[in-house]
Design a protein around this ligand. Structure first.
Ligand code: HEC
Length: 252
């Protein structure tokens, strides 16, 4: 009996030791693999973090594909996940549209079948009571609706691509589309956050030349960090804006 007890005691000890070892290994594994988890973490952070470098470590953009990180999420953040609407704080009707998991868990998107999810009905509704975003916000443009449709039909993936070009930077080809995707939903004539309208050249030019545009996208002290509630712009896009402004912020 005495022996039996000792063996049980030993067993207990080795079981405890094994569990402790397992926990330590898991913790260590977790730390060691942290950098690899960065993309999903960054996508879920609500701004003020580091640039989402994952976006531009991806493969080159295919013009026939739509990409979540580059196009879809910025559109949701600037048109839907605003304060008073579908941000984490307000969550109107229980819907939060600020990151991939929250957007997918609404159940309103059926990957591969845009016509069967409620999202498309909401953004294309004719009735002012039903359309999202609701008035006085501008409805999404046809190009934006087509892009979301393509993304859903291509599987509603959490994907991204590298489409950043710092060689040929112009207002029309680079800056206007960038602001359109990531800022104009909150900065247009109907809904001008901070009284700032970035939907046309003259509005953008003012903020470019007074330093607020760069101060806010670089998250410099003294400026409100932009895009509000979203992930900091990738470094390459910050570079594009810097180059364009350094060259005179021209309407080119
Ligand atoms: C979700 C809405 C939203 C998005 C998206 C957004 N903004 Fe803003 N922005 C605001 C609001 C609201 C303010 C007023 C200040 C505040 O509330 O932080 C503001 C303020 C600013 C300011 C003034 C900052 C200051 O401190 O003087 C600039 C410049 C600006 N935004 C530029 C941008 C740019 C550029 C983008 C896109 C990269 C962008 N914003 C995206 C809502 C938004």
């Amino acid at each position: 009996m005495k022996n039996g007890k000792t063996i049980t005691g030993l067993l207990d000890f080795s079981v405890v030791a094994f569990i402790v070892l397992l926990i330590m290994m898991l913790l260590f594994w977790g730390c060691k693999h942290d950098p690899i988890m960065l993309p999903s973490k960054t996508a879920e952070s609500n701004g003020n973090g580091n640039p989402d470098t994952s976006t531009y470590n991806a493969s080159p953009c295919d013009p026939d594909s739509a990409y979540f990180s580059n196009e879809v999420l910025p559109l949701f953040v600037s048109n839907c996940a605003k304060s008073g609407c579908h941000d984490a704080t307000t969550h109107a009707e229980g819907i939060i549209l600020d990151n991939y998991n929250n957007i997918m868990s609404t159940g309103d998107i059926q990957p591969g079948n845009a016509s069967h999810g409620k999202i498309l009905d909401a953004i294309t509704a004719n009735d002012a009571d039903d359309i999202m975003p609701p008035p006085p916000n501008n409805p999404l443009t046809t190009t934006q609706i087509n892009m979301i449709t393509t993304w859903i039909n291509q599987g509603a993936l959490n994907n991204s691509c590298d489409g950043c070009d710092t060689v040929n930077v112009t207002y029309a080809a680079t800056i206007a589309p960038l602001l359109q995707a990531k800022c104009v939903g909150c900065h247009n004539s109907a809904s001008a956050g901070g009284n700032i309208n970035l939907s046309n050249y003259s509005g953008v030019q003012v903020q470019a030349l007074n330093g607020r545009l760069m101060g806010s996208v670089k998250h410099d002290a003294g400026y409100s960090p932009m895009p509000k509630g979203g992930t900091k712009l990738p470094q390459c896009e910050i570079d594009e804006l810097t180059l364009w402004i350094a060259a005179g912020a021209l309407n080119n």
